[in-house]
Design a protein around this ligand. Structure first.
Ligand code: GAR
Length: 204
């Protein structure tokens, strides 16, 4: 199986889910030295690297350094897991068709930040998470898998986020595994899985 590099900025719970699913994580790279996920990775004997965005004058220079750090591990897949940086078009192009992201909403609804509070404010009755290929438009690439959860009358953003996060930890390893097994086919911007297993789930 081909390997993957995971990019994180913080807690790293999705990273943990990927590792614990037995996926071949060759390295974890963060733009922040204090990202908790780095310590987790090091404790599991996984290579880590930090490319601090503040060390670079422009996004282009940062993305070039990040790309070098990634390519040192020759991964087949780059997985963004709570990597909170806007990527340049050049970087997205460099990993075109081999970079996935997990986003805490049912895309194309609620791209961007504060998705749980925005879902509550909009009054949606279903919320969830999406794994998608990364394209130049933020949070808008071809969707690999989604999970939906109910929005309860008692929810605040924290409770809703926790319910969604549990589903993130289920669908990201599944989507990454499909990618590494070369089961994902993109046709006219729509992702199909060879063998056609379900690409959506609902957690009541
Ligand atoms: C996750 O909820 C992920 O979906 C979100 O950040 C969190 C990272 O948590 N990503 C984004 O909002 C990207 N736009 P984690 O570090 O525990 O995996």
């Amino acid at each position: 199986m081909n390997t993957m590099v995971v990019l994180i900025s913080g807690r790293g719970s999705n990273l943990r889910a990927l590792v614990e699913a037995g996926l071949p994580v060759a390295a974890v790279i963060s733009n922040r030295a204090d990202a908790a996920g780095l310590a987790y990775a090091a404790g599991r004997g996984i290579a880590t690297a930090v490319v601090p965005h503040r060390d670079y004058a422009t996004r282009e220079e940062f993305d070039a350094a990040l790309g070098q750090a990634i390519d040192a591990f020759r991964p087949g897949l780059v997985a963004l897991a709570g990597f909170m940086r806007i990527l340049t078009a050049g970087f997205v192009q460099r990993y075109h068709g081999r970079m996935l992201n997990i986003h805490p909403s049912l895309l194309p609804a609620f791209a961007g930040l504060d998705t749980h509070a925005r879902a509550l404010a909009a009054g949606v009755k279903l919320h969830g998470c999406s794994v998608h290929f990364v394209t130049a438009e933020l949070d808008h690439g071809p969707i690999v898998m989604q999970a939906a959860v109910p929005v309860l009358a008692s929810d605040d953003a924290t409770a809703l986020a926790a319910r969604v996060l549990a589903q993130e930890h289920r669908i990201y390893p599944q989507a990454a595994r499909w990618y590494l097994e070369q089961k994902l086919v993109i046709e006219r911007g729509v992702v199909r899985v060879k063998g056609d297993p379900p690409q959506q789930s609902y957690a009541p």
